[in-house]
Design a protein around this ligand. Structure first.
Ligand code: HEC
Length: 127
């Protein structure tokens, strides 16, 4: 997860208009907007947390271990709900293991996968 964190140092001398803070709390953390979802980061997370072990490296799925996830994943709300609270054999992933930002990155990765070729475009299958 990449968040931009800007350190804002308040002037050491307080004036009448300023709230006086204890000396060690004068660094104020300003959290900016999270990064937009990123497919490359999403792929790394997908591999790191082991989704590929059941759903395949290209999220193509495999019978018996896990269904195909891309390139047209289920709606994001359903996707994140399922990962937090699966109802079948899949293990749950809490936000401590995979943050919401990381879910968005993985979703971007799944959406970016190429479509499988149409069967008609494969000569061998047209004989
Ligand atoms: C241990 C195997 C396993 C792992 C690891 C795993 N899954 Fe699954 N997943 C499954 C199985 C099996 C299903 C089918 C439903 C069920 O039994 O839970 C599933 C279902 C899903 C679904 C619902 C698909 C649908 O069409 O309804 C999503 C989304 C999903 N997994 C995403 C993920 C992601 C993202 C990860 C990594 C964070 C992950 N899974 C890790 C086994 C796994």
């Amino acid at each position: 997860m990449m968040l931009l964190i800007a350190m804002v140092r308040l002037p050491p001398v307080t004036t009448d208009a300023m709230v006086r803070l204890p000396p060690d709390t004068t660094d104020v953390l300003v959290r900016l907007q999270p990064d937009p979802p990123d497919r490359d980061r999403g792929k790394q997370i997908y591999m790191r947390v082991g989704c590929y072990q059941c759903h395949g490296r290209e999220a193509q799925g495999a019978s018996g271990t896990g269904p195909r996830l891309g390139p047209r994943p289920i709606a994001f709300a359903a996707f994140s709900r399922y990962i937090r609270q699966p109802t079948g054999q899949m293990p749950p992933y809490t936000s401590k293991v995979v943050s919401d930002q990381e879910l968005a990155d993985m979703y971007a990765f799944l959406q970016s996968l190429p479509q499988p070729p149409a069967a008609k475009s494969i000569p061998l299958l047209n004989n």
